[in-house]
Design a protein around this ligand. Sequence first.
Ligand code: SF4
Ligand code: SF4
Length: 392
Amino acid sequence: MEKNETRPCTLSAEKEIVAVARKDFPALFDSLWANGFRILGPTLGEGAIVYDELHGVDDLPSGWTDEQDGATYRLKKRSDEALFGYNVGPHAWKKFLFPPKLRLWRAEASNNGLNIIEEKQTEQKFALIGVKACELKAILIQDQVFLGGEYADPIYQNRRKDALLIAVNCTQAGKTCFCVSMNAGPRVESGFDLCLTEVLAEDAHYFIVEIGSEQGAGIMANVPHSNQTQGAEKAIQAIATNTAQQMGRVMDTENIQALLQDNFEHSRWDDVASRCLTCANCTMACPTCFCSTVEDVTDITGDHAERWRQWDSCFTMDFTYMNHGHARASAKSRYRQWMTHKLSTWFDQFGTSGCVGCGRCITWCPVAIDITEEVSAIRANQTGGKPASSSL
Ligand code: SF4
Ligand code: SF4
């Protein structure tokens, strides 16, 4: 497979906009199934709104929302039947495109020697429904990571090339959201096949649907819709403006690359290290983190071996273990590496920020460490300090 085979969304200059009544929304699922897609999206599970396979519109978290803050997540009933009226939860879409644990190959001993059996890749096409603006940006960042260089990751490439992205504009923001600061939302701008804006008026429940690609248009051809969408653009913009005003957090990103590079020995790194458990929750929940490791396992007879790839984290001790020992032995060096990579050296590597302001690392940190607060603390009292080679 050649690199950069990801199917581009063919956005037209003038996006077509249609409207779909709530009662006709199941037809979107029918159309996706008829076109061979497996539908993945938000549903209730594990005491949260998580991403899983959907078997019908009834699997969506109708009438549910969430309350979030540092180290806090709580499901809550809404006063309406909104299907997408929640903030991002603990799962990121990367779990489908870059699976947490995957066998790469097996080896079986036989009389003729070792027989290597490559793992068969999935042939299923995914439709991801409910992708928020910050999450869409995170997918585009992971495209850059896995497909943008000289070598493409074949597993990611295979899953991504036929993935249909059905985005949803956020109609509310949570207390840990700061996508506006990261220029990643709240309005979905591009990169989608279809983009939904859910409208709940006193006597109406419907979706404004922006069509972003030919494939998206093909899916909509089988969904009853109205082309009478006067004022739709204004309505979408009003919802986005209202959501932007609800952002729970802000990050000042001015000159942030230099800020972190020039404060490598700031006392705040000791402070955050005294609170950080190095549990790696933040990296597991983060939609852009991409570190992985490989592990070989064998059975007791030695006739059967397997190689597995699984998510890893710059917070684990073994992640940087080399023959001389651990490259980042302290919690301070590991937290500093994570945050500096996200907000500074990611630009050098991939030309973008590694943070989209989704707030997951704040909500799911068991001790409520807050990346926006850490940046503010360093900015407020810049004590400097270029890296000493011994402090890496
Ligand atoms: S910052 Fe929080 S979530 Fe991340 S490793 Fe430290 S304690 Fe865990
Ligand atoms: S660093 Fe935190 S806020 Fe930024 S994208 Fe990752 S989880 Fe979201």
